[in-house]
Design a protein around this ligand. Structure first.
Ligand SMILES: [Zn+2]
Length: 189
């Protein structure tokens, strides 16, 4: 699956909007990305999972670990395609943790999987959960890499789409300056 094929799926599902948006952070952006809207279609989720699995399969992971909630669906599909377990870490009192009886150990080769990787902070936090359990973290996979430097995680990174999404403080937003009305994504759905 090429980057433009993935982006076509995103656009067709309303998962990638282009215009002038007020994000939940309060920042403004010309793009809005909501991967849950493409993953709500199981056939798209499977196709995306298979495409990511094709990039990361050579690592021979025994487990795919995703941060809840955003990474769960794609992690499940990647694990299905690879033939690995699919686990997720979730926040308990602010800290990512393995719950629900999920275990990882020194015999596990772990691929971290997310939907969208921005700074990579949550990816590394998820990797730390696996490492604390004694597992070997092999790399990270994500549908979209929003950063400009794939080396920033210090882990091999496998993604389908590389797309920097600029965001602006409202008082420094060039879209506001050109008089384009700002939209809160989801408010017109
Ligand atoms: Zn603006």
């Amino acid at each position: 699956m090429t980057q433009s094929e993935v982006l076509d799926l995103f656009r067709a599902s309303g998962a990638l909007l282009e215009g002038h948006f007020r994000l939940t952070s309060g920042l403004h952006s010309p793009k809005y990305l909501q991967s849950a809207l493409v993953l709500q279609h199981p056939e798209h989720a499977t196709a995306i999972g298979e495409a990511l699995a094709a990039r990361a399969r050579h690592l021979q992971p025994t487990a795919v670990l995703s941060p809840a909630l955003g990474g769960i669906v794609v992690g499940q599909e990647v694990a299905r395609a690879i033939g690995a377990r699919a686990l997720f870490a979730e926040r308990q009192e602010g800290k990512l943790t393995l719950r629900r009886g999920f275990t990882l150990g020194p015999a596990d080769r772990v691929l971290i999987c997310e939907d969208v990787i921005t700074t990579g902070g949550s990816t590394l936090e998820t990797a730390a959960v696996a490492q604390a359990a004694g597992a070997n973290v092999l790399g990270a996979a994500g549908i979209v890499d929003r950063g400009s430097d794939p080396g920033r995680l210090g882990l091999p990174l496998y993604t389908l789409v590389q797309m920097e999404v600029p965001s602006y403080q409202p008082d420094a937003c060039p879209l506001c300056a050109s008089g384009i009305p700002v939209v809160k994504p989801g408010s017109r759905a």
